[in-house]
Design a binder for this molecule. Structure first.
Ligand SMILES: *[C@@H]1O[C@H](CO)[C@@H](O)[C@H](O)[C@H]1NC(C)=O
Ligand SMILES: *[C@@H]1O[C@H](CO)[C@@H](O)[C@H](O)[C@H]1NC(C)=O
Ligand SMILES: *[C@@H]1O[C@H](CO)[C@@H](O)[C@H](O)[C@H]1NC(C)=O
Ligand SMILES: *[C@@H]1O[C@H](CO)[C@@H](O)[C@H](O)[C@H]1NC(C)=O
Ligand SMILES: *[C@@H]1O[C@H](CO)[C@@H](O)[C@H](O)[C@H]1NC(C)=O
Ligand SMILES: *[C@@H]1O[C@H](CO)[C@@H](O)[C@H](O)[C@H]1NC(C)=O
Ligand SMILES: *[C@@H]1O[C@H](CO)[C@@H](O)[C@H](O)[C@H]1NC(C)=O
Ligand SMILES: *[C@@H]1O[C@H](CO)[C@@H](O)[C@H](O)[C@H]1NC(C)=O
Ligand SMILES: *[C@@H]1O[C@H](CO)[C@@H](O)[C@H](O)[C@H]1NC(C)=O
Ligand SMILES: *[C@@H]1O[C@H](CO)[C@@H](O)[C@H](O)[C@H]1NC(C)=O
Ligand SMILES: *[C@@H]1O[C@H](CO)[C@@H](O)[C@H](O)[C@H]1NC(C)=O
Ligand SMILES: *[C@@H]1O[C@H](CO)[C@@H](O)[C@H](O)[C@H]1NC(C)=O
Length: 848
C-alpha cells in the first residue's frame, strides 16, 4: 500500500544517502543521564505519575512506547505502540511547525520566520496557543515543532523559514514562547532538528565538525531556551556531528542535552535518522520514528530488537526504563484533562478508510473532519500584518495608501494559485502567490486569500481603479499595465523547502539569492515606467535587492515572508495603514552571497559518500559577520520602518551588585544512581512473545521477540563489546559546572544589569517601535554586537515610554571550553540600544 514513490514524496524517510549501519565509530565517554526531579515542579509532579505508571509495565509494553509502528502503519505521521492492558493508546505525532500537515479544517499559520519578524513575544505565544488547540482538537499528542535547527547558518538554507532567525537569542525567545503556547493546550512540543542540520544538501550523511564554543554560543543556545521552557520532546537530526549520527551521538544527546541542559523529556529520531540498536539506545535516543526501516527479523532497530537487546543485557534495564520515564513524564507534564481521540488520518482524505494504511486494514470512519480553526484566522491575519517588514518607504506619501486613483497589480506572486492553494503537493511550486515554503513543514491551506483578491476588494471599496496583470515573462504587458497607474504594486517570490523535492533544480536549499520566475526583471521593468512602484516580496529569506533600495522609482519595498492563509488581508492591512507596520527583518539582506562570508552552503563534496563540513566562520554568521567585517548590508538585521518616527533618549544602566564573579556559582553534588521501575523476568522468553492467537497486522512493528532468530546477532552491530563500560554504568553522575537545572545552571539566569531607555513617538501617527539591545562582549573572538533584548512598544503620537531590558549572566558570558563553563571574560563590555544593528542610537559601558 505504500509504494516507493509515496516514501519519496513524504519528506520523512531518507533512503538514499544513509551510511550503512555498523560503519560508525562507536563512541563513548558520555553515558546517558537518567531523568530525575531536576527541574520545575511540573516535572517533579509528572515524574511521580510517570514512575507509578512505568512501574506497572512489562518489558514489551515499555518497548512498545519507545518504537513507532511503521511508516504509514497507523493514524498519524508517527504512532508508537500502545499498552492495551492499561487502556493507554499509542502516541500520535504529527508535522509540523506551522500547523497540522495532511488534514482538513485546520489552519495554515504564518511560518516561523514571520513570527520572528514580529519581534512580539505576545504573538509568538498566541500562535503557539492556537496551534496547540488545533493539534489537540485532532487528537494529536506531539506537535513536531518548533524549529531551531536549521538556525540559518546559510541564507539559502532550505528549511530556514520553518525556524525563526539566524540570531540565537531571537530564536531562543521564539522557541520558549511557542513551546509555552503549544504545551499550555495539552500538546507536547518537539524542539527540532537537534542539531546542526543547517543545510538540505547531504543532510542525511554530512559530518559536521564543530568546536565547542560555536556549539554553545550559537547552535545550542535556542535549544537551551526550549529546555528551560519545559519542552517535552526534542527531535534529533539526520546529520552527523563529529563523526557520529545525531540520534546516536552521546556528546550532543547525553552530555549536552540531558546532562548540561538538564532535559527531562524524550528524544525522538527524525524519520529514518536512527541507524543502530545499541548506538542509539546508549547514545541517548528515547523514541524511534517511524519505527520500521531496520534489519530483519524485526524490520526495526528497536521494537523486538530492543526487547532482545534488553534481555541479552546489551541495553541495561535502567536505560529502557529511562526512555519510557522520559516519554511518560512529558506526557503527564503536558497532558491535563481528558486525552482526546485521534479523529483523522493523514493518509486519506475520504471519511472512510483504513486505520492501518500500509496494511490497508480495518476500514472504518477515519476522518471525522473536525473543524479546529476556531477564530484563529484573526491571529493569523494579525501576525501576517505585523511580520511584514517595511524595508523602504521613500516618500512618506508612498505608504500608507489612501484611496489612490488607480492601482496596478503585477506578477504571478499576487495571484490565486491555479488549481487551488493546495494544488501542488507539499506546496512545491510558485505558480501563484507563495504563502509558505515546501516540504514536510507545511499544512494544507483551508483557504488562501491572495493579494490580488484582497487588493481588488479594497479598491472597490475605495473607488480605486483596479488592474491586474499576470505572466512574469511578458515584460511589455507588465509595463503597459504599470505605466498609467498611480501606484504599481509588483510581486515577486523565492521559495525553499526540504530536499526530497527539487523545484527547477533547487534541491531544498536555494541555488542562488535572486528572485524566481523572472522576478528581478519584472520589478525593473515596472520601475522603469512607474515612479510610484511598490515591491512586495514573498521569500524564504534574503534576496539580492540592492538595485531596488537605490532605485528612485521604487518608493516602497515590503518583505511579507510566508504569511499563511490570510496573506492578502494581512498585506492590505499594512499597505493601507489599518495595521501599523512593526515587522523587523530577522536576517541580514546582503548585497551578494559572498557578503555572508565563510558560512557557505556545501553543494558538492570532494568525498560525496562521506561528506564533511567544518563551520570555519565559528560564531560569525549573518549580522555577526557583517558587523565584524564592516560589510554594509542592503538592509541590516533588525531593520524595519514604521509610518511614524521614534527617538531614543536617557540610556541608564543599573547594576545588581548582589550577583558577582566571573563564573556562576555551581550546583554542587551528583545525581542519584539510575533507578529501575519494575522488574524484567529473564527466565521465560515465551512471555516476551506475542500472545497465542494474536492477529498481527502486516506490515507493522511489534515489541515481541522472534524466538526462531533469538540467538543470532541481529541487534549487535555495533556489538556491545564495542562500547566502553561507562556506557552501561548506572552509578551516580557528577553535576556539570554549566548544568544543574532545566536549561543549565540556574545562576546563568541571574539578572546582572538592567538597562533602561526612553522611546518617544516623534511623528503624528500611532506606531509600534521595537527597541533592540545589543551587547558588545569585547575581545577579538566576539562579534561586535549580539542581540540580547527587544521589546514591542506601542506609542501614541508624542508619547514616551521607558523600556527596561534585563541582562542575565548568560547574556554576558562566553563559553570557556577548557573549564566547560560559561565565563564573563575580563574584556570591556558595552551595550547599545537602537532600531536595528545598523541604527544604534545610544551606547553605554557596563560597569563590571
Ligand atoms: C503494542 O502495541 C500494539 C499496537 O498498538 C498492540 O497491538 C500490542 O498489543 C502492544 N503490545 C503490548 C505488549 O502491549
Ligand atoms: C568536535 O570536533 C571539533 C573539530 O575537530 C573539535 O574542536 C571538538 O573538540 C570536537 N568535539 C568533541 C566533543 O569531541
Ligand atoms: C521470525 O523470523 C523468521 C526469519 O526472519 C521469519 O521467517 C519469521 O516469520 C519470524 N516470525 C515472526 C513471528 O515474525
Ligand atoms: C488530500 O487533499 C489535499 C488538499 O486538497 C491534497 O493536497 C492531498 O494531496 C490529498 N491527499 C490525498 C491522499 O488524496
Ligand atoms: C484496500 O482495501 C479495500 C477494502 O477492503 C479494497 O477495496 C481495496 O481494493 C484495497 N486496496 C488495495 C490497494 O489493495
Ligand atoms: C487577475 O488576472 C488573472 C488572469 O487574467 C485572473 O485569473 C484573476 O482572476 C485576476 N484577479 C483578480 C483579483 O481580478
Ligand atoms: C536563481 O534560481 C531561480 C530558481 O531556480 C531561477 O529562476 C533564477 O533564474 C536563478 N537566478 C540566476 C541568476 O541564475
Ligand atoms: C522612472 O519613471 C519614469 C516614468 O515616470 C521614467 O521616465 C524614468 O526613466 C524612470 N526612472 C528610472 C531610473 O527608471
Ligand atoms: C531617565 O531614566 C531614569 C530611569 O528610568 C528616570 O528615573 C529618569 O527620570 C529619566 N530622566 C529623564 C531626564 O527623563
Ligand atoms: C554471534 O557473534 C559472536 C561473536 O562475534 C559469535 O561468536 C557467534 O557465533 C555469533 N552467533 C551467531 C548465532 O551468529
Ligand atoms: C527583570 O528582572 C527583575 C528581577 O529579576 C524582574 O523582577 C523583572 O520582572 C524583570 N523584568 C523584565 C522586563 O524581564
Ligand atoms: C554607538 O556605538 C556604535 C558602535 O560603536 C556606533 O556605531 C554608534 O555611532 C554609537 N552611537 C552613539 C550615539 O555614540
Amino acid at each position: 500500500m505504500a509504494p516507493l514513490s509515496s516514501l519519496l514524496v513524504t519528506g520523512c524517510l531518507l533512503i538514499s544517502t544513509v551510511t550503512a549501519a555498523g560503519t560508525e565509530t562507536p563512541f563513548l565517554s558520555f553515558p546517558s543521564p537518567w531523568t530525575s526531579m531536576k527541574g520545575d515542579t511540573l516535572w517533579w509532579e509528572a515524574y511521580i505519575k510517570a514512575a507509578d505508571f512505568v512501574s506497572q509495565l512489562t518489558l514489551t509494553e515499555k518497548v512498545n512506547l519507545t518504537t513507532g509502528t511503521g511508516w504509514e502503519a497507523d493514524r498519524c505521521i508517527g504512532t508508537t505502540g500502545s499498552v492495551p492492558r492499561l487502556g493507554f493508546r499509542g502516541f500520535c505525532l504529527m508535522d509540523g511547525p506551522l500547523g497540522i500537515r495532511y488534514t482538513d479544517k485546520a489552519s495554515a499559520f504564518p511560518a516561523g520566520i514571520n513570527v520572528a519578524a514580529t519581534f512580539s513575544r505576545r504573538l509568538m505565544r498566541e500562535r503557539g496557543e492556537a496551534m496547540g488547540e488545533e493539534f489537540r482538537g485532532k487528537g494529536v499528542d506531539v506537535q513536531l515543532g518548533p524549529v531551531a535547527g536549521p538556525l540559518g547558518r546559510v541564507p539559502q538554507g532550505g528549511r530556514n523559514w520553518e525556524g525563526f532567525s539566524p540570531d540565537p537569542y531571537l530564536t531562543g525567545v521564539a522557541m520558549a514562547e511557542t513551546i509555552g503556547g503549544i504545551q499550555s493546550r495539552g500538546v507536547i512540543a518537539c524542539a527540532k532538528h537537534y542539531i546542526l542540520n543547517e543545510q538540505e544538501h547531504f543532510r542525511g550523511s554530512v559530518d559536521v565538525r564543530i568546536d565547542d564554543k560555536t556549539m554553545h554560543e550559537l547552535y545550542l543556545w535556542p535549544f537551551a531556551d526550549a529546555v528551560k521552557a519545559g519542552v517535552g520532546s526534542v527531535m534529533c537530526s539526520y546529520n552527523k556531528i563529529n563523526g557520529t549520527f545525531a540520534c546516536e551521538n552521546e556528546w550532543v544527546q547525553n552530555y549536552l542535552l540531558k546532562n548540561e541542559l538538564g532535559f527531562q523529556g524524550f528524544v525522538i529520531s527524525d524519520w529514518g535518522a536512527q541507524h543502530t540498536t545499541l548506538g542509539s539506545a546508549l547514545g541517548g535516543l528515547d523514541m524511534a520514528m517511524p519505527g520500521d526501516g531496520g534489519p530483519q527479523p524485526y524490520r526495526a532497530w528497536w521494537g523486538g530488537a530492543l526487547t532482545e537487546a534488553v534481555l541479552k543485557g546489551d541495553v541495561p534495564q535502567w536505560r529502557l526504563d529511562d526512555m519510557v520515564m522520559r516519554i511518560m513524564a512529558a506526557y503527564f507534564r503536558v497532558n491535563t484533562g481528558t486525552r482526546p481521540e485521534i479523529n483523522f488520518s493523514p493518509w486519506v482524505n475520504t471519511t472512510v478508510g483504513p486505520v492501518y494504511y500500509s496494511a490497508n486494514a480495518s476500514w472504518q470512519v477515519v476522518n471525522e473532519h473536525v473543524d479546529v480553526q476556531a477564530n484563529h484566522a484573526a491571529v493569523i491575519r494579525e501576525i501576517g500584518a505585523k511580520s511584514t517588514v517595511l524595508l523602504k518607504n521613500l516618500r512618506s506619501s508612498a505608504l500608507p495608501l489612501s484611496k489612490p486613483a488607480s492601482i496596478a497589480i503585477i506578477g504571478n506572486d499576487a495571484q490565486d494559485p491555479p488549481g487551488g492553494p493546495n494544488a501542488c503537493k507539499e506546496r512545491a511550486c510558485i505558480t501563484g502567490t507563495v504563502a509558505m515554503g515546501y516540504g514536510s513543514g507545511t499544512a494544507e491551506f483551508p483557504y488562501l486569500i491572495s493579494p490580488a483578491t484582497a487588493l481588488k476588494l479594497r479598491a472597490e471599496k475605495d473607488g480605486t481603479v483596479f488592474s491586474n496583470t499576470t505572466g512574469n515573462w511578458d515584460l511589455s504587458a507588465a509595463k503597459a499595465a504599470a505605466s498609467n497607474a498611480s501606484v504599481a504594486i509588483v510581486f515577486a517570490a523565492a521559495t525553499a523547502g526540504e530536499n526530497f523535492i527539487s523545484i527547477d533544480n533547487n534541491a531544498g536549499d536555494r541555488n542562488n539569492l535572486t528572485l524566481w520566475d523572472n522576478g528581478d526583471a519584472l520589478i525593473a521593468a515596472v520601475a522603469s515606467v512607474n515612479p510610484n512602484t511598490i515591491v512586495v516580496l514573498h521569500t524564504a529569506g534574503p534576496v539580492l535587492i540592492d538595485y531596488a533600495r537605490t532605485h528612485p522609482n521604487i518608493t516602497a519595498i515590503l518583505w511579507a515572508g510566508f504569511p499563511g492563509q490570510e496573506s492578502g488581508n494581512s498585506l492590505v492591512d499594512v499597505l493601507y495603514g489599518d495595521a501599523t507596520p512593526q515587522g523587523r527583518t530577522p536576517f541580514t539582506w546582503g548585497k551578494s552571497l559572498q557578503d555572508y562570508g565563510d558560512a557557505q552552503l556545501m553543494f558538492t563534496s570532494p568525498t560525496p559518500r562521506t561528506p564533511s563540513q567544518s563551520f570555519p566562520e565559528g560564531v560569525f554568521i549573518d549580522y555577526r559577520w557583517f558587523t565584524s567585517r564592516n560589510i554594509s548590508a542592503t538592509y541590516p538585521f533588525g531593520h524595519g520602518l514604521s509610518y511614524t518616527t521614534f527617538s531614543y533618549s536617557n540610556l541608564t544602566v543599573t547594576k545588581n551588585s548582589s550577583v558577582a564573579g566571573r563564573f556562576p556559582p555551581q550546583v554542587e553534588g551528583q545525581t542519584a544512581d539510575a533507578p529501575l521501575f519494575g522488574s524484567i523476568h529473564l527466565e521465560d522468553l515465551e512471555q516476551h512473545t506475542a500472545p497465542e492467537g494474536f492477529n498481527r497486522i502486516s506490515p507493522y512493528v511489534y515489541p515481541w521477540l522472534n524466538l526462531t532468530t533469538f540467538n543470532s546477532n541481529v541487534t549487535a552491530s555495533p556489538a556491545v563489546t564495542d562500547f566502553p563500560k561507562e556506557a552501561q554504568d548506572p552509578s551516580a553522575q557528577p553535576i556539570l559546572a554549566a548544568g544543574g537545572w532545566q536549561g543549565g545552571n540556574p545562576a546563568l539566569f541571574d539578572v546582572l544589569f538592567t538597562v533602561t531607555v526612553d522611546v518617544k513617538n516623534t511623528g503624528d501617527r500611532k506606531g509600534v517601535e521595537i527597541p533592540q539591545l545589543y551587547v558588545q562582549l569585547g575581545g577579538n573572538n566576539n562579534p561586535h554586537f549580539v542581540l540580547r533584548g527587544f521589546e514591542e512598544v506601542p506609542l501614541q503620537p508624542g508619547e514616551t515610554k521607558s523600556v527596561s531590558f534585563n541582562l542575565t549572566r548568560r547574556d554576558l558570558s562566553n563559553w570557556n571550553t577548557d573549564k566547560q563553563n560559561w565565563e564573563i571574560t575580563s574584556d570591556k563590555k558595552a551595550v547599545s540600544v537602537g532600531a536595528s544593528v545598523g541604527d544604534l542610537r545610544l551606547n553605554a559601558t557596563l560597569p563590571l
